[in-house]
Write a protein that binds this ligand. Structure first.
Ligand code: HEC
Length: 107
């Protein structure tokens, strides 16, 4: 019985989490901090392949990222690739900043 209750509450939490919208995900994010982190660490590489300020990578027609969760995952991928070892909070700040300026997901 206890196991069943545990299982059900876990399932419920996971479901709620999956349905979290972008506003919820980014509610505590600091987009100003995200902007600064992004400028320092992320622009040069994207700019070398997309030109300008590199933002073309976010606005390209076949953008890889389709949801706010996907955005967070991609920020993590790039972050891991370059070995920045950011905290989750920093990843969220940058994802929230990119969402505010470019992606504008509400899911
Ligand atoms: C060493 C080069 C490099 C650096 C540095 C880099 N990226 Fe990327 N990024 C890429 C490449 C290459 C892609 C395209 C990947 C693909 O198409 O599969 C990409 C794609 C992305 C995308 C998805 C764009 C889309 O299609 O919607 C996001 C978001 C992103 N990067 C965020 C970041 C963030 C945030 C940082 C800073 C932590 C960062 N990147 C640093 C190379 C880099």
């Amino acid at each position: 019985m206890t196991k069943l209750v545990l299982y059900l509450s876990c399932w419920l939490l996971c479901t709620l989490n999956l349905n979290a919208d972008a506003n919820e995900l980014f509610a505590k994010a600091d987009t100003a901090a995200g902007k600064a982190l992004h400028e320092k660490n992320c622009i040069s590489c994207h700019a070398s392949s997309y030109g300008g300020d590199g933002s073309g990578i976010y606005t390209r027609e076949y953008a890889k990222v389709k949801t706010s969760k996907g955005l967070i995952a991609q920020v993590r991928n790039c972050n891991t690739m370059i070995g920045l070892k950011w905290f989750e909070e920093e990843e969220l700040n940058v994802a929230a900043y990119l969402n505010k300026i470019y992606y504008k997901f509400d899911q």
